[in-house]
Every structure is written in C-alpha cells, then in structure tokens.
Design a protein around this ligand. Sequence first.
Ligand SMILES: [Zn+2]
Length: 160
Amino acid sequence: MRNSEIIHALVYELMPLYQDLDDNIQKIINEHAKECDVCKDQLNNVRDTFDPHEESINEQVHSIETAKPSPFKKLILFKRSLFALIIMARFLILGMIIYFAQSYLGKAPLITSSLILFYFPFVCLTNAIHYVFFKNKVFWFVISFDIFILLFFDNLLMYF
Ligand SMILES: [Zn+2]
C-alpha cells in the first residue's frame, strides 16, 4: 500500500468525524481533499450537513439570549408608556374641565356638554386602544371610572 493510499483510507474513514477533529487533522484532510476528488466530495457533504445545523443552533441560542428578550422588553415598555399616557391624558382633560368649570358653576348642562365634547371621544378612543393592548382587569376598572365620570362628574363639581 502506497503512502497516498494509506492517507486516503485514513482521511476517508475520519471524514464523518471531521467536525470533532483536531485543527491539525482537519488541515491534513483539507490538504488531501485538494488532490483527491472522492474525499473532496465527501468533505463537501460533511460540511453541508454540519455547518448549517451548527449555525442554526448558534443562531437560536443567539436569538434567545439577545434578540428575543429585547422586543419583549420594548413591548412591555411601550405598553407601560401607553398606559401612563392614557391615564395622564385622562386627568389632564378632567383638570381642564374642572378649570373651566369655575366659569360654568351653576350651569351643570355646560359641564355635561363639555364632558361629552372632550372626554367622551377621548374615552372611546383610549379604551379601544386599552382593550386591544391590555385586556385585563385594569380595563374594566378604567371603563367603570369613565362611566362614573360621565354620569356624575357634573354633580361632583358642585362640591368644588
Ligand atoms: Zn482521498
């Protein structure tokens, strides 16, 4: 048996283990594959089978560790900001109505109409957004609060 035949036999046998082999052995296999078509094809097969697989595992790990939590964090942050904004805007509008109500005092229908004009459309819009994004107990609390405000706010203002 000639040396080249021995090397071919060894390389061909080791090929399925290529990915686990030492760098030096991989270099020997690469060198041989340049001269031997049989081993070249075999090496390409091994690389095709292993490389995409390993990459996909790495990508999965990578996406679990870095990419995936980040959109979730952003979504949670977005939801919190949205919620804070909805609540803040609600009190801003109520504060505005209370402020203007000083000149409405004793004119309850005007307070009711300003509630219907400013608060009601806002409430419809934000509660729709709220329902889509949150769908929890808070939604029912907020909508109860809004109904209470719309029904009794003009009466409450009489005590200011
Ligand atoms: Zn060979």
